[in-house]
Design a protein around this ligand. Structure first.
Ligand SMILES: C[S@@+](CC[C@H](N)C(=O)[O-])C[C@H]1O[C@@H](n2cnc3c(N)ncnc32)[C@H](O)[C@@H]1O
Length: 324
């Protein structure tokens, strides 16, 4: 009797140790549900796998934007385009990438967070992007799991520190200031992922990192986490097929997603990772060719050689540089 039906139809990376999120630099001012900080080392390997350095990276579902920030800070592409539909998240990115970045940083440093001041701030109706940005940061840091979707509850217990347990004003303000150094490399678009992807569809020097909200396959987590959680996944896969540049997608490791990938002729690999509760799980990477995934040292720790505002590229720290 043949056993082939027992073989997984997708690869699981076996040799790798799960990446602990704490070993990767936290550059985003958000604590974002489904954030991709843990993917940093793998993402770098992907960016180093190209014969020619990509000119532009587009992140069409930006959220907390850690992959865009990694690209901009490390000079992995000349230009970064972040796209996000949510108005609260957009207000934060627009403010940080504008002349109001220091206004926001100071406002965070000067805010005395208590349950009362948080409630008063969250009950306001902001009239400007920068006011909405500040309210969004307060909400993100005081809501359970950083969830900005309607109906998210405020932290009561946290790590025994209640509402203060995720409020690190110095750190958040410093991250905003750091991003200001590289703001000229980043373009932010408040809009629809599909429209921006279509606009850049024919560009061979553009690559796409795609991390959509996932609500299909019976796992409806995305609908509780994000205000915009409905995505036509079939359309997204078809769009990816039509891109002239390369792309890397991440998804929940669900059978339906693996089937979609197969149907469009893409490869899938399940990557072990640890989530913020230290639970080990797998996420799916999807691309046209994932051979680079096993190309050495993927799950190494972040190099400490990381300088703010440095124009020097850090490409030479990649083990897969040999390939270039
Ligand atoms: C899984 S999250 C991205 C997380 C991100 N990779 C990170 O590291 O923080 C998906 C994001 O896509 C946004 N989104 C949903 N539909 C969108 C659309 N059509 N266009 C742009 N953004 C969209 C959601 O608001 C959400 O922030």
């Amino acid at each position: 009797m043949t056993q082939t039906y027992l073989l997984p139809e997708y690869d699981v990376i076996k040799s790798a140790r799960p990446v602990n999120v704490s070993s990767v630099p936290q550059r985003s001012p958000f604590r974002y549900p489904g954030g991709k900080t843990w993917l940093g080392p793998l993402f770098r390997c992907w960016m180093f796998s190209f014969q020619t350095e990509p000119k532009r990276l587009i992140e069409p579902f930006a959220g907390g934007g850690i992959i865009s920030l990694t690209t901009a800070f490390e000079g992995l592409a000349n230009e970064v385009v972040m796209v996000e539909m949510d108005r609260q998240i957009s207000a934060v990115w627009k403010t940080i990438l504008s002349d109001d970045a220091q206004w926001l940083a100071k406002k965070i440093l000067n805010f005395e967070l208590t349950p009362e001041t948080a409630r008063a701030e969250l009950n306001k109706t902001p009239n400007t992007d920068r006011d909405l940005a500040f309210q969004t940061i307060v909400k993100n840091r005081t809501a359970h799991g950083g969830i900005l979707a309607e109906g998210a509850g405020i932290l009561k217990h946290g790590d025994g520190k209640g509402i203060l347990s995720r409020w690190y004003p110095q750190t958040i303000a410093q991250r905003i200031t750091n991003i200001e150094f590289i703001a000229s490399r980043i373009k932010f678009i408040q809009g629809d992922a599909f429209e921006v992807m279509a606009k850049h569809q024919k560009q061979t020097d553009t690559v796409f990192f795609i991390d959509p909200p996932y609500t299909a396959g019976g796992k409806r987590a995305g609908s509780r986490l994000y205000n915009h959680s409905e995505v036509d996944h079939e359309h997204l896969f078809a769009m990816c097929e039509s891109l002239c540049g390369d792309f890397l997608m991440t998804y929940d490791n669900a059978e339906e997603v693996r089937a979609l990938a197969k149907c469009h002729g893409f490869q899938s690999k399940a990557v072990p990772m640890k989530n913020t509760h230290h639970a080990e799980m797998t996420e799916l990477l999807i691309g046209r060719d994932l051979d680079w995934v096993e190309d050495g040292g993927v799950f190494r720790e972040e190099s400490p050689a990381y300088h703010l505002g440095s124009q020097k590229s850090h490409r030479n720290i990649s083990p897969s540089k040999k390939k270039r």
